[in-house]
Ligand binder design. Structure first.
Ligand SMILES: Cc1cc2nc3c(=O)[nH]c(=O)nc-3n(C[C@H](O)[C@H](O)[C@H](O)COP(=O)(O)OP(=O)(O)OC[C@H]3O[C@@H](n4cnc5c(N)ncnc54)[C@H](O)[C@@H]3O)c2cc1C
Length: 367
């Protein structure tokens, strides 16, 4: 064994929302933190880019304000299927902000908080050694007392998400033009759904969560930006109206396969390894609450480490805290898949729609 080239009290793997929040919380608590990300700079990732109230509260605690970052306010939710459509005022304030902007601001906030950032450094493996952990990177070994695993959708070799079944396909395409307005729009599609949101400065983000089989067979349209756009527009009068005149801004949709919606990490795992964000729980993206879960789980893991709470106890608490929003989001996604017409009819009952919108929020359960 070679001597580690670098040492830290805590090593955080992944500088997405979860990893940045954890690193900032730890640094503020006086911890020496190393934050590693395999990407040299933040990139777009498959995401609807909806920020709800729990995300906004966590961001405020980290010194970030979506409005100052250029986010577009979202005032309404809409749903359209065939000739039917419904809409209601959101019962809370929400924002649309491109992921590249959000992730960049979080990395900057981490650096300002005193976190040692290592962009462009992939962690190839991590294993317990002595009283702590050893991480392998192309730049050499790193020793840390504790590890926060915030690698999002990507499993770290040797540390799979136990019990996570392979699942859905996520697509994202930025558009020029279109008429997304100040609203989040849900458009049921091919056994899943697409979501449309405005981009700052015009254009829109078109994102979809689809069955895992979509990329192959007859659904090859998912690989082609123009065909993807046309397919969404053809599904409803609302989609056709909002997407008239829209053009793909990218050569290909971004895609990610095998999303294990509904996964919640059990209270198991090696000592000193704290899983956060999508490594701890994957809420159906219909809720637009994944970033909130990532930020709050990162902050909760930092607080747990600073207070000496063991990883399994942290994992048990987090699993319980997200149970309510996960259940409601799962129910909503199931209704949209199984009976899109009934989902539109239900959305016409504004109080019921607003109740579901609230119930999918982290914190609505009183946690
Ligand atoms: C289709 C779809 C739509 C969605 N829409 C929304 C939405 O509208 N609103 C919302 O709140 N949430 C949404 N989500 C969920 C949200 O995108 C995720 O929950 C959130 O990004 C999780 O944050 P994270 O920090 O855990 O992981 P990520 O954001 O995935 O970040 C993980 C980071 O780890 C890095 N990394 C990975 N492996 C390594 C390694 N080995 N070494 C070093 N670095 C590594 C990656 O480069 C990345 O920067 C959506 C998800 C999908 C699939």
């Amino acid at each position: 064994m070679t001597r580690p080239s670098e040492e830290a009290e805590v090593a955080v793997i992944g500088a997405g929302p979860a990893g940045c929040a954890a690193a900032i919380g730890l640094a503020r608590g006086g911890c020496r933190v190393l934050l590693l990300d395999r990407q040299p700079t933040p990139r777009e990732s498959v995401c609807g880019e909806f920020l709800g109230p729990a995300a906004v509260i966590a961001l405020a605690g980290l010194g970030l304000d979506p409005a100052r970052l250029g986010a577009v306010p979202l005032r309404r939710a809409r749903i359209g299927w065939g000739m039917r459509e419904a809409g209601f005022a959101l019962p809370f304030s929400a924002w649309a902000l491109p992921r590249q902007v959000l992730d960049g601001a979080l990395r900057d906030a981490a650096a300002a908080a005193g976190v040692a950032l290592r962009p462009g450094l992939a962690v190839q493996g991590a294993w317990p050694e002595g009283a702590g952990w050893r991480l392998q990177t192309p730049g050499g070994a790193i020793a840390a007392r504790q590890v926060v695993l915030a690698s999002g959708k990507h499993a770290l070799r040797g540390h799979p998400r136990e019990g996570a079944r392979r699942g859905a396909l996520g697509l994202k395409l930025h558009l020029e033009g279109g008429a997304a307005g100040e609203a989040v729009t849900l458009l049921p599609l091919a056994g899943g759904y697409a979501g449309l949101q405005p981009l700052p400065g015009g254009g829109a983000n078109l994102c979809a969560a689809l069955p895992g089989s979509t990329l192959g067979g007859t659904m090859g349209w998912a690989r082609d930006p123009a065909a993807f756009l046309a397919r969404v527009a053809a599904g409803s009068a609302l989609g056709a109206r909002l997407l008239a005149g829209a053009r793909p801004a990218w050569d290909r949709p971004l895609a990610i396969a095998g999303i294990p919606y509904g996964f919640r990490q059990a209270a198991t795992g090696p000592a000193g390894l704290y899983r956060v964000g999508d490594q701890a729980a994957v809420i159906p993206s219909l809720a637009g609450e994944g970033i909130a879960l990532a930020l709050h789980s990162g902050l909760a893991a930092a607080a747990a480490i600073l207070a000496g709470v063991p990883a399994v106890a942290f994992q048990a608490r987090w699993r319980a805290r997200v149970a309510g929003p996960m259940r409601w989001a799962g129910l909503g996604a199931w209704a949209l898949r199984q009976a899109p017409g009934a989902a539109v009819a239900a959305a016409r009952l504004a109080p019921a729609a607003r109740l579901v919108a609230w119930r999918t929020r982290l914190g609505a359960e009183g946690g």
